[in-house]
Ligand binder design. Structure first.
Ligand SMILES: Cc1cc2nc3c(=O)[nH]c(=O)nc-3n(C[C@H](O)[C@H](O)[C@H](O)COP(=O)(O)OP(=O)(O)OC[C@H]3O[C@@H](n4cnc5c(N)ncnc54)[C@H](O)[C@@H]3O)c2cc1C
Length: 511
């Protein structure tokens, strides 16, 4: 690894400040470099790049999207070991990409962005950090990730517990689970991956389930040496393979968004559950009663068979309290417990995880207030009242069926188009019109009405009033197509009264 050169004190206004160095922030940075722009800085609160894949190192952590697709289109890797790579292989890919593009030199690590403020007179954003340092930039790209703040449930008596507690995203690898009584809370994407891995090691595993997940088989396989060699020698074969994976994901899953199709699929999955779980009553407890696809569909070949083990118990009664060395359910049963693993997912509602992140835009605009009834933006990227503030994987641009990296690349392209357009027009900033944002959101919500996501389940895709603020409810190619060009009529373009030079002079004077 190359050493990190110190970041010089900022003496001028940056062109772009990027918040976060996961796939999103890195993609933005690489594309800026490719366009010849070196006047940017990534601010990352962690000590390394990688985001999700730096943090989630629990046993069995792996991607649910095929690796040849869950990687940058411009940075192919011929030697992925398996169809779905484990976390460490993805993180290794991310670290190599960081090295290749020299991103460490553009990144300020261990620094959390705590707020951002726009000056409409100069057209400059001031980004605050927890170190007290500020960064001034013409454009800000929020690449802070949709799933990175652990959701920690409040459970009565937790403070009295004498054993070990950790969240799946903060796995304590120094803690030996061998021979322990372990409680795992939650049955989402992470828990269904780590539970089967730890079950053979622990004395007893209690899997606490509030709502069962639909879990379908994982079409896992290892790539043969000959395939890897062909992918290396003939990149076109690797690209065709990637394209095939993309279109098969689109074609298989998109029709399943329709409830009538989803119901047919769920009959097959019920058979799969029954086939994998020997005990009929247990299989029934593991079978969801909501429409297939309403919550994120999970993939695993190990999850259901794990319940055939003698040392694994599915617990469906709610938790009443935690005691010093045990956990008690509402039916009064007390189970001994040495370790509690919170597989409880992440805070996804930006209104909650950004509540201590003041962000002010044009006069009268404060993000927490503007989003008080729900996070809304235009194509998940621009928000009215916040000129030159761009978001990656923002509201209604996450996916349930394909690679988010495809969306990130489309978004980075769009942001660069916006920057190019502003330069071409000789303006300082652009702000999406409220009417365009409203129209976009009405379209999204209208389309969601006919899909599986509107069939009545409670999921992390929705806020408490049921509004889905997460999912892009169409094909990803539609998103790609619609974000190729900026619809100029949807934006207001402004040239500042006070030239930006004033801001530069001010920044220099303060440095
Ligand atoms: C366990 C798990 C499994 C997943 N599996 C899949 C999958 O199979 N397929 C899929 O498509 N997606 C999956 N995801 C979603 C995943 O988050 C995205 O695929 C992808 O990693 C998003 O990249 P990102 O850069 O937007 O966000 P992240 O990877 O979350 O990166 C965001 C970065 O921003 C930093 N940051 C956040 N706030 C601040 C701040 N205020 N100041 C400074 N830095 C900040 C974080 O430290 C982090 O490094 C999974 C997520 C998790 C948690």
């Amino acid at each position: 690894m190359t050493s990190r050169p110190p970041i010089p004190a900022q003496t001028a206004v940056l062109d772009v400040a990027i918040v976060g160095a996961g796939f999103g922030g890195m993609c933005m940075a690489i594309k800026l470099l490719e366009a010849g722009n070196r006047n940017f800085l990534i601010v990352e609160k962690g000590s390394e790049v990688g985001g999700t894949w730096r943090d989630n190192s629990y046993p069995g952590a792996a991607c649910d999207v095929q690796s040849h697709l869950y990687s940058f289109s411009f940075e192919g890797k011929a030697d992925w070991s398996k169809r779905y790579a484990p976390w460490y292989e993805i993180q290794d890919y991310i670290l190599k990409t960081k090295e290749k593009y020299g991103l460490a030199a553009f990144t300020k690590f261990d620094t959390e962005v705590t707020g951002a403020h726009f000056d409409h007179e100069t057209g400059i954003w001031t980004v605050n950090t927890n170190t007290g340092a500020t960064v001034q930039a013409r454009h800000v790209v929020l690449a802070s990730g949709p799933l990175h703040v652990p959701q920690v449930p409040k459970i009565k008596g937790m403070e009295k517990f004498k054993g070990k507690v950790f969240h799946s995203a903060q796995w304590d690898h120094s803690y030996d689970l061998t021979g322990k009584n372990v409680v795992s809370i939650g049955t989402g994407g992470s828990a269904i991956q780590y539970c089967p891995e730890i079950a053979p090691q622990v004395k007893q595993l209690y899997v606490f389930q509030r709502t069962p997940a639909w879990v379908i088989p994982r079409d896992e396989r290892t790539y043969f040496g000959i395939e890897k060699a062909l992918f290396e020698k003939f990149p076109i074969i690797r690209k065709l393979h990637r394209a095939r994976l993309y279109w098969s994901n689109e074609s298989r899953v998109w029709p399943a968004f329709r409830p009538q199709n989803a119901r047919a699929v769920s009959q097959l999955v019920k058979l799969f559950i029954r086939f994998q779980v020997k005990d009929k009553a247990l299989a029934e407890k593991l079978t969801p009663d909501y429409t297939f696809g309403c919550k994120r569909v999970l993939i695993s070949n190990k999850y259901y068979p794990m319940f055939n083990r003698k040392n694994v118990e599915l617990v469906t009664d709610g938790i009443q309290e935690v005691r010093e060395n045990s956990i008690v359910t509402r039916d009064g049963i007390e189970r001994p417990c040495d370790c509690i693993i919170l597989g409880t997912g992440f805070i996804v509602d930006p209104r909650i995880y950004m509540k201590d992140f003041p962000c002010t835009g044009l006069p009268g605009h404060e993000l927490n207030k503007d989003w008080k009834d729900g996070a809304e933006s235009y194509y998940g990227m621009t928000t009215t009242g916040y000129p030159n503030l761009f978001q990656l994987v923002g509201p209604n641009s996450a996916l349930g069926h394909n690679s988010i990296i495809f969306m990130i690349e489309a978004q980075v392209h769009y942001i660069q188009e916006c920057m190019r357009l502003m330069k071409e027009k000789g303006v300082d900033y652009m702000d999406v019109k409220a009417s365009a944002q409203r129209r976009f959101n009405e379209d999204v919500q209208e389309n969601i009405k006919g899909t599986v996501w509107a069939t009545g389940c409670v999921s992390w895709y929705q806020q408490e009033d049921g509004k889905n603020f997460t999912i892009w409810p169409w094909s990803t190619w539609k998103y790609w197509l619609e974000t190729r060009k900026v619809k100029e009529g949807d934006y207001l373009f402004t040239k500042c009264q006070k030239p930006a030079l004033k801001a530069v002079a001010k920044a220099k004077a303060e440095a």
